[in-house]
Ligand binder design. Structure first.
Ligand SMILES: *[C@@H]1O[C@H](CO)[C@@H](O)[C@H](O)[C@H]1NC(C)=O
Ligand SMILES: *[C@@H]1O[C@H](CO)[C@@H](O)[C@H](O)[C@H]1NC(C)=O
Ligand SMILES: *[C@@H]1O[C@H](CO)[C@@H](O)[C@H](O)[C@H]1NC(C)=O
Ligand SMILES: *[C@@H]1O[C@H](CO)[C@@H](O)[C@H](O)[C@H]1NC(C)=O
Ligand SMILES: *[C@@H]1O[C@H](CO)[C@@H](O)[C@H](O)[C@H]1NC(C)=O
Ligand SMILES: *[C@@H]1O[C@H](CO)[C@@H](O)[C@H](O)[C@H]1NC(C)=O
Ligand SMILES: *[C@@H]1O[C@H](CO)[C@@H](O)[C@H](O)[C@H]1NC(C)=O
Ligand SMILES: *[C@@H]1O[C@H](CO)[C@@H](O)[C@H](O)[C@H]1NC(C)=O
Ligand SMILES: *[C@@H]1O[C@H](CO)[C@@H](O)[C@H](O)[C@H]1NC(C)=O
Length: 437
């Protein structure tokens, strides 16, 4: 049923592509990131007109939106016409919110409706002048969200910036009802990645996520480079093509096999005790996903190699296995192309707002309508620099050399030293699983 619906609805996907005016000036910038929710969410400041907001940095989706003044919080997954309005605090964003500015040009006949793994947001559409560091994108298409049926953020960000491919963006024509599936009837528009290229950026962004101490709720989160490499020490770059994500049905891409997400293949996995997993699998490289979500056979084996083993029961509905905060994590590595990338033991166990801990290796959920995707999330990315090159359709990975890899163990205290934030979510685990899951 899902598939036939997709078949019907995705026929509009390739419609109305707008051309991008390329600015031949080569401009680039480096922005600092903020790590929140105990190193599970990464935010970047973006200026809309003259108002600056922290937005969640997400390579797994393609729209850019901010909460507009007076927005309404609904329970996760609620229909936009639901009257079950909650207090704004229940949606766990920060504040203040965006006020329509003199540089906003509303687009009257379109609306934003984006579905993520754990909820959806709805809003109006407009052109607004955005600044990211020294780069200004004039009249970038944005969403001003007035309904969030999604929670699980960090109490800090007030929106999201998506560096995904345009095919997964979700703005709709006004003629399309708001209570229908958000996967369908999308209007093709220049997403932020294209807007930046139009402003003169070389067509790549690079990301280096910083590891924060386990007990630190909010800290320095690393860098986002726009058309720029980053001021971190790194090994040689390993280049891989962005792959067509095989698990995504062709109906989603208008019957054409094409790139949708930043996808590559993990060739092998290995962990403590000379254990190996030799079946290659595709992964989506996603800054918006706190966890590494891996084939369940592999994830279960790695989780049972913690000492004591991680629980087979999930930490909460988001899918991370509970583990003792002072467990010893296995040495774990993933091979991309021919390079073995180790995951530091400090990234294998993460503190939850409640003070308990979870393993950052989660099993991919059972396929829904034949779909199940794997992800390399923040827990992997803290060990590397990743370049997302939309010009060449490739990703480049380099090991971080300024982060000494620990041997196993050396657990940090599990005693909370800071007051847990009111939000009791892991973060957006699962949020940026693809919208059709
Ligand atoms: C191109 O980029 C330069 C440098 O940022 C800027 O001054 C200029 O206005 C841009 N031109 C267009 C057409 O966007
Ligand atoms: C653009 O600028 C970046 C950063 O300074 C530099 O690495 C790159 O080579 C430049 N590209 C071109 C085509 O000039
Ligand atoms: C974002 O901007 C605010 C002030 O507008 C500043 O206090 C904060 O440090 C900035 N955060 C980052 C990650 O740049
Ligand atoms: C932004 O500009 C408006 C009107 O130009 C002005 O009223 C407002 O104070 C400015 N806000 C900031 C944060 O500078
Ligand atoms: C909303 O927040 C209030 C206050 O924190 C809390 O008591 C209530 O359970 C929350 N409701 C939902 C549906 O999350
Ligand atoms: C949100 O904006 C849409 C489009 O303008 C409008 O139809 C809807 O009533 C607004 N909802 C709220 C809660 O403001
Ligand atoms: C959307 O709303 C209309 C009118 O309120 C209703 O007829 C239709 O069944 C709804 N569609 C869905 C998918 O809920
Ligand atoms: C792992 O393999 C290496 C080389 O084959 C061997 O020297 C070592 O003893 C093995 N370790 C374990 C724990 O089996
Ligand atoms: C782990 O910590 C708990 C209490 O925090 C303690 O009871 C237990 O002995 C510790 N285990 C190890 C292996 O250190």
């Amino acid at each position: 049923m899902l598939q036939s619906r997709l078949l019907l609805c995705f026929a509009l996907f390739a419609f109305g592509a707008q051309s991008i005016l390329i600015n031949t000036t080569n401009i680039s910038t480096i922005l600092p990131l903020q790590a929140t929710a105990y190193g599970s969410i990464f935010n970047v400041n973006v200026t809309f007109g003259n108002q600056t907001f922290p937005l969640l940095l997400d390579t797994g989706s393609a729209d850019t939106w901010v909460l507009g003044d007076g927005w309404r919080c609904l329970p996760p997954q609620a229909s936009p016409d639901s009257t079950a309005t909650l207090q704004q605090a229940n949606c766990t964003y920060g504040q203040p919110y965006y006020q329509a500015s003199s540089t906003l040009t509303p687009v009257e006949d379109e609306w934003l409706g984006v579905r993520y793994g754990d909820g959806s947001v709805y809003g109006t559409v407009g052109g607004e002048d955005l600044k990211l560091g020294s780069i200004e994108v004039l009249q970038q298409t944005i969403g001003v969200v007035n309904i969030s049926a999604m929670s699980g953020s960090d109490g800090v960000n007030v929106g999201l910036i998506g560096f995904g491919y345009p095919i997964i963006s979700m703005i709709h024509p006004d003629s399309y009802p708001k209570n229908e599936t958000l996967l369908a009837n999308t209007v093709r528009y220049p997403v932020i990645f294209e807007g930046l290229i139009g402003a003169g950026m070389e067509p790549y962004v690079s990301v280096a996520l910083e590891r924060t101490p386990r007990e630190e709720e909010i800290g320095f989160g690393g860098y986002l480079g726009l058309g720029n490499m980053l001021p971190v020490s790194q090994g040689p770059l390993v280049t891989v093509p962005v792959e067509v994500t095989e698990a995504i049905p062709i109906e989603v891409t208008n019957g054409v096999r094409q790139i949708t997400e930043w996808t590559t293949t993990v060739q092998t996995a290995s962990w403590t005790g000379n254990n190996t997993y030799l079946t290659p699998f595709q992964v989506v490289v996603d800054t918006g996903n706190p966890l590494n979500i891996l084939p369940s056979e592999l994830a279960d084996a790695v989780n049972s190699a913690f000492s004591p083993p991680a629980s087979t029961t999930q930490f909460d509905s988001l899918g991370a296995p509970a583990v003792s905060c002072n467990a010893t994590a296995p040495e774990f590595a993933l091979t991309i192309a021919t390079h073995k990338f180790s995951i530091d033991s400090r990234d294998m166990i993460r503190r939850h707002a409640s003070g308990a801990c979870y393993s950052t290796v989660a099993p991919a959920p059972a396929p829904t309508d034949g779909l199940s995707l794997n992800f390399l999330g923040d827990a992997f990315m803290k060990n590397v620099v990743v370049v997302f090159d939309m010009g060449r359709n490739e990703m480049r990975f380099a090991e971080r050399l300024d982060h000494a890899t620990t041997t196993t163990g050396s657990p940090e205290s599990s005693t909370p030293t800071s007051t847990p934030s009111p939000m009791a979510h892991i973060g957006s685990a699962g949020r940026l699983r693809p919208f059709w899951l």
